[in-house]
Design a protein around this ligand. Sequence first.
Ligand SMILES: Nc1ncnc2c1ncn2[C@@H]1O[C@H](COP(=O)(O)OP(=O)(O)OP(=O)(O)O)[C@@H](O)[C@H]1O
Ligand SMILES: [Mg+2]
Length: 355
Amino acid sequence: MAHSSSDPTPVGIKIGSTRTVVATPDGRSIDTDTTLTCLAEYEDVLSGEQHAIFGQQAVDEYPESVEFMLRTGLPEDERRTKETARFFERIVTANDLDPNSVVVYAIPAVNNEAGIDNLGTVIESTPIGDRLIRGYPESLCGSIPAFGRQLAAIGRVFISINLGSTNIGACGYQRGKQLVRFTTGSIAGNEVDRWIANNIEEETQGRVNVDESTAREYKENHGALDDFEPFTDAIQQPGGGTHEFTINRSVVDAIDRYVENAVETIADEFLPQLANDHMKIYKHALGEPIVLNGGMASIPGLVTTFEERLGRKLQHDIDVIAPETPETAAARGALQIAEQFVNQDWFYAADDQTP
Ligand SMILES: Nc1ncnc2c1ncn2[C@@H]1O[C@H](COP(=O)(O)OP(=O)(O)OP(=O)(O)O)[C@@H](O)[C@H]1O
Ligand SMILES: [Mg+2]
């Protein structure tokens, strides 16, 4: 393959089970591109060939057959690895990503070595990252923008909590090194979507049933803990005509329950584990900002509610912070790491595969 000898382009990537985010430099700021991690296959009615469409278009046009191939967090098997590779190729083309690049990707905090290897295979199968490919934990990447434009997060000792679609992950970091890694799938953004759907069925006395994608959209567009507002939507009636309905507490109640569970798990499971293994670090880290990241941290009011409730439970004043736009923070942080590799000339020579 022909290589250019010019400096590589840094790229930051997060392949999440709900959204995939690509971050690239845009002058002095950062450009992000977000795509729902899903695809829908269809047969071309003329040629009979199988085709696929991706992202929001797949959700909108094939609501019955759209597949989120990373529903469980990582590419589980060969089929899903292939689908993810196909999806990711499309992302690379759509963003016109440079083969002459240093790619850093955010690795989800899950205990699934095979899945993480499959994710690595997907990234290595695309024509990008000729000069270097590296992975760093998602919750570390997401914390970088929370502590500012520089890589300050990598010089600190702090706790980071990632609020994702399929799990909650928490970790103590000591200058970028993971101390205790905790993950639980029992509290998850996807679960909140199911609660919302159930709440709506109850709130409307069974008149309205929404699917999980719709529930997720309600959560993302109307979810708030501080000053939530009721909202209305309409569904098509089976016999014709539309039925307009108002949602009062269905969304906010589900989010409230989520925060309650998250606080309880962090206080009763993760923090005791950290204290047990690293007592001094635990005490130190409680005096430092605790970072919340992952898409669920985008919900207005969630960060302050989490801070109040966790502080009350621990009987300790704590400071909880979040990056701006948490849903893209991991990709932006990954990009900042990639920029550091480029600036320091830590990458493979263009015509060489050894450093
Ligand atoms: N702006 C938003 N408002 C509310 N919720 C959001 C927003 N953006 C994303 N979310 C929710 O956050 C969750 C996705 O978070 P994130 O993108 O961090 O997950 P992921 O990395 O895809 O998942 P996982 O780490 O579990 O694989 C989903 O439940 C999604 O609905
Ligand atoms: Mg994630």
